[in-house]
Design a protein around this ligand. Structure first.
Ligand SMILES: Nc1nc2c(ncn2[C@@H]2O[C@H](COP(=O)(O)OP(=O)(O)OP(=O)(O)O)[C@@H](O)[C@H]2O)c(=O)[nH]1
Ligand SMILES: [Mg+2]
Length: 393
């Protein structure tokens, strides 16, 4: 599957930067492109300068709202992020068409951190503009949820997250959720290492995007996962994850290879199951597989470590976990020394985190309203006290 990637705000641009890296890997490994173009959009000039892989010209790093913010960002006010995107969004919509492989794009993916101002506000506006301009091309979103400490310190982060989620869900064809906090939990040393988190967020897309593009016959799967399968599997709230298990390579004499024992065959199936288990526990956001309406898995492994038995075993297993989902599957006999399983759970009917953001943000909005009313009242009192005085202007 070939995606055109647009990163919005600091977080979104940096994660988008990782997709360029994935594309370079795909070019090196397979000689194919999985990304047709990558763009970074921000109200903050400095953040745009700090990217590594995205083209450094103004057509790839797009400054919006420059006249209003002087290139200094919107300071976490996502309403302003949305307003500037509405005014300057044409720049983005026009720029993407300049991507040399634009017409080979299967879908757009827009990326943003939900808790900030620029990306959080702009993502749904730009998504809507792209949908209107490029009718028929799906627009997906990858939304990064804040760390716990940010939610604790600043209710505005929760409010931004909630309004961003509500808006993007109403326009995008599918919303991948990536919870920053989950990447920290997996590996505490990541806490201060956003680069590694960004790489972990992008990684699960790699095999999934390569599988359908790799055309060298040897590597084409018995059941290739193409862009159509992926698009059919995406709708609404979505989680993605990948899991791996290593293949022990004991030395064998060639005449022994023919008689892989029954026990070893069992071990192969078990390895694939383990990889699937890992993928489920590594999902990008906490959710229950039984809440998914659609699910997809991809088995990537050396051809000789794949078989109908294994594929069937995985399918049965996922069916048990995601009993309400329409399940699609594919295999990618890509060589290597590991068995990897990528899972997408989509059309999620319930995600606890989102529900919590909505509840907390609604309460926050209410208290803000009361606070503004109170402040206005007190200001008026003070002005009243000065009524009898002359003014110098
Ligand atoms: N995973 C990840 N999260 C990030 C990164 N940079 C910022 N964030 C998170 O994104 C949220 C803040 O969004 P930013 O992208 O910094 O904000 P912005 O869109 O640039 O908006 P303003 O700076 O307010 O104009 C917070 O929850 C951060 O933890 C990053 O490189 N990787
Ligand atoms: Mg910023």
């Amino acid at each position: 599957m070939r995606l055109l990637v647009i990163g919005l705000g600091q977080c979104g641009s940096r994660v988008a930067d990782q997709f360029v890296r994935l594309n370079k890997r795909a070019q090196g490994q397979w000689g194919v492109d999985i990304v047709t173009g990558t763009f970074a959009v921000n109200t903050d000039q400095t953040d745009l300068t700090g990217l590594t892989h995205i083209g450094s010209d103004y057509m790839h790093r797009i400054l919006i709202g420059g006249r209003k913010t002087w290139g200094h960002g919107v300071g976490k006010v996502n309403e302003l992020g949305a307003e500037l995107a509405r005014e300057d969004g044409d720049k983005v919509v026009d720029a993407v068409r300049t991507a040399p492989n634009f017409y080979q794009t299967h879908a757009f993916i827009l990326i943003a951190g939900a808790a900030g101002g620029t990306g959080s506000g702009a993502i749904s506006i730009i998504a809507q503009m792209l949908k209107e301009r490029y009718i028929g091309k799906p627009v997906y979103a990858l939304v990064v949820l804040p760390f716990e400490h940010e939610e604790m310190a600043e209710l505005r982060s929760v409010y931004n997250t909630a309004t961003c989620l509500k808006s993007i869900h109403s326009v995008a064809d599918g919303v991948f959720l990536a919870d920053n906090q989950r990447y920290v939990r997996k590996d505490a040393s990541l806490a201060m290492n956003l680069d590694r988190i960004n790489s972990a967020i992008a990684e699960p897309f790699y095999d999934m995007m390569c599988a359908g593009e790799v055309t060298r016959f040897k590597y084409v799967g018995a059941k290739t996962l193409d862009a159509g399968d992926i698009m059919q599997s995406l709708d609404g709230w979505t989680a993605i994850g990948t899991g791996r298990s290593g293949i022990p390579r004991a030395f064998r004499f060639p005449w022994e290879l023919a008689k892989v024992s029954f026990k070893e065959k069992g071990a192969e199936t078990l390895r694939a199951m383990q990889a699937m288990d890992a993928a489920v526990s590594e999902l990008s956001v906490g959710c229950s597989p039984e809440d998914a309406g659609r699910a997809l898995y991809l088995l990537s492994a050396p051809a000789k470590d794949m078989s109908m038995d294994i594929a069937k075993g995985l399918g049965d297993y996922l069916r048990e976990l995601a009993e309400n989902a329409v399940i699609r599957a594919g295999d990618f006999p890509r060589g290597g020394t590991t068995v990897d399983v990528t899972i997408i759970l989509s059309q999620l009917a319930f995600v606890q985190k989102i529900r919590d953001y909505y509840d907390r943000a609604t309460a926050f909005a209410q208290t803000q309203k009361e606070r503004i009313k109170e402040t206005t009242g007190r200001l008026r009192d003070m002005e009243d006290a000065a009524k009898g005085l002359p003014s110098l202007i």
